[in-house]
Write a new protein. Structure first.
Length: 256
């Protein structure tokens, strides 16, 4: 059984067959999914999905690329949404200097505001860090009590060690199956087994051999295979371990 800790089933890319895909994903053995919102509106959709499907949990947040949707009311709206049942994290939040370098200060202030919300609500966070490794590391380090995952981790082994020391988890996605994945494989080899998470980032980032097609959680075994190969574990061990890690970080099934 698998836990996909990052999949955007609220995306319009699933508008025609969302129900069918979510049922098929469960039938294929993906028994837990976290769906992170990337705007306030899509966070509402993620919360609604979590209410409609037993195997889906939600995170709420505003993604750095969505800075245009950020308003003064955003934190209050996210705070209300975060109190709904089955909301397990604040995310997807972070910094993205690949898509946008003109709004760095706005991105940073959105990130800090949402990290503070997570602390206030005692929730973990889901961090998007694209070409912003130094700033992401230094900002999360301002909040030593905060925990979470660096989703689709793309930093160096050195940065991975820093995050692990501070109690963070690392998420591995389709790109680890690509031919040019060198740094990511090094990170997998040094990552403690209790800090790894499996993610798809569906509908994006399909792993080989489905690269280029719409992604869904049924592709998780391709990602698990690479982790198994690099760590000497079996695919079943990777699935079980990342299930346990995800439940621990997102506090699913703990004290219930
Ligand atoms: Ni994502």
């Amino acid at each position: 059984m698998y836990f996909d800790t990052h999949a955007h089933y609220d995306s319009s890319k699933f508008k025609d067959d969302r129900d069918e895909v979510l049922r098929a994903v469960y039938a294929a053995g993906v028994t837990l999914v976290v769906d992170p919102g990337d705007t306030v509106e899509r966070s509402k959709n993620a919360v609604a999905l979590a209410q409609n499907y037993d195997h889906v949990y939600a995170a709420v947040g505003v993604h750095p690329e969505e800075y245009e949707t950020w308003t003064d009311a955003a934190i209050e709206e996210l705070c209300d949404l975060a109190k709904a049942p089955k909301v397990v994290a604040i995310g997807e939040i972070g910094l993205d200097y690949y898509w946008d370098k003109e709004h760095v200060e706005l991105q940073k202030s959105m990130l800090r505001a949402q990290l503070e919300l997570a602390l206030e609500l005692d929730l973990p966070v889901i961090i998007h860090d694209r070409e912003a490794h130094g700033d992401c590391l230094s900002i999360v380090s301002e909040y030593p009590d905060l925990r979470g995952v660096f989703h689709c981790f793309s930093g160096s082994a050195e940065m991975a060690k820093e995050l692990i020391k501070r109690g963070w988890y690392l998420g591995f996605d389709g790109p680890i199956t690509y031919k040019n994945a060198v740094k990511a494989l090094e990170v997998i080899r040094i990552c403690p087994h209790d800090r790894m998470l499996l993610e798809t980032d569906s509908p994006y980032l399909s792993p080989v051999p489905n690269r280029g097609k719409r992604n869904d959680s049924r592709n998780l075994p391709y990602i698990a295979e690479i982790i198994a190969r690099e760590t000497g574990m079996t695919v079943e061990e990777v699935a079980a371990l990342t299930m346990e890690n995800g439940k621990r970080l997102f506090r699913i099934g703990v004290n219930t």
